[in-house]
Each structure stands twice: as C-alpha cells, then as structure tokens.
Ligand binder design. Sequence first.
Ligand SMILES: O=C(O)CCC(=O)C(=O)O
Ligand SMILES: [Mn+2]
Length: 204
Amino acid sequence: MSGLFEETDRLVRIPMPDGEMYYLSDLELGCDPDSALRQLIADIPWRQDNIFVWGKMYSQPRLVAWYGDPGSDYTYSGIRLIPLPWTELLLEIRRRVETVTAASFNGVLLNYYRDNRDSMGFHSDDEPELGERPIIASLSLGEERTFVLKHKANKLAKPVHLRLASGSLLLMKGETQRYWKHGILKETRPCGPRVNLTFRRIAL
Ligand SMILES: O=C(O)CCC(=O)C(=O)O
Ligand SMILES: [Mn+2]
C-alpha cells in the first residue's frame, strides 16, 4: 500500500450538510510545529493591509503575507496581492500538504494572529480565481484558536466549531465555500501567537 494512501487515510471527515471538510490533528512537518512557528514569525515580511468591506475601509485585525508561483495574483476584500517567491520552508511544507491531501497548490496565504485580539471575520473563500469548488488546505501553528462555520442559508444547520490544534491540517473542498462562511473568533482569554497557512490553487 502506498504512503500516499496511508497519509490521506488519516484525514477525518467532519460531519456537516452541504460541505466537505477533513481534519488531520498532526501533519508530519519534518520539524517541531513550534520551531516552524518561530521561524515564520521571524522571517516573513508581514504586512497589515487595509481592506474594503461594503465600501468601508478597515485595518485587518491580523498580519498577512502571500507567497506563490509567478502570476498567481490573488484579490480579496478589495486588495490585490502579488506573490512573493516560495521560501525553502514553505516549499517543504507545501510538499507535505500536497502528499496528504492528494491536491496541488500554487499559492499560500499566511495569517499571523499576534494575540487574542486578532481575528478573521466571517467570509467564504469564493473569489473567481479559486474556481468553482476550491480545495483549500489550512495548516495551524501555535495557539489553538476556534474556527467557526455558519451555513449561509439553512437556519437549521448548526454552526460548526473546531479547535485547530498546533500542527493540524484542515481541508475544505466540494461545496463548502458555496454554502458556508467561516471565521476565527477573538478570544477573551490571553492567547499566544498563531500562524495559519492556507494553501490555494489560483487559476492562471
Ligand atoms: O486562520 C484560519 O484558520 C482561517 C484562515 C482563513 O480562513 C483564510 O485565510 O481565508
Ligand atoms: Mn478563509
């Protein structure tokens, strides 16, 4: 039996209507998740962007960076991100994420939540350049934070709350972006730093 099948087989399906999500609690990174976290915090040229939501400008409550193949520009919330060239560490992580998910990615959005006040508002990753049924693989490093999904139309569908452990991988595919919104809540308790890497495929 191939290594690929065994790794893919470790993904656990999350029960939800109109969506397809899988969780792997411990992706093999080749290094300790904490050391990857420290390296990324120190080495990435983090930026805090102003975004536009319903025509109003806000400062994003987290830091971000976009890496990818040349030409994989990504536009969301009124900002256009031009990819930085892949680093050795990001290429190595991408290789491992691709093996586990049996998918291929040409860009990664990094989100840096500095403390409990940093967050991400509810949204769907449904930009046209991601295609019809985007496959998004999301690696979490550092502080465990709560990822919440809310169904866009079905009021009877219960929100899904997931605690994303350090070193875990969350895979979203199928109709998930079409029917669900997701976000990261602020916390009232003190939180250490968290870096999240969402691997995506931009149609070039
Ligand atoms: O930080 C997370 O786990 C979520 C990130 C996310 O939803 C995004 O980058 O679009
Ligand atoms: Mn998202």
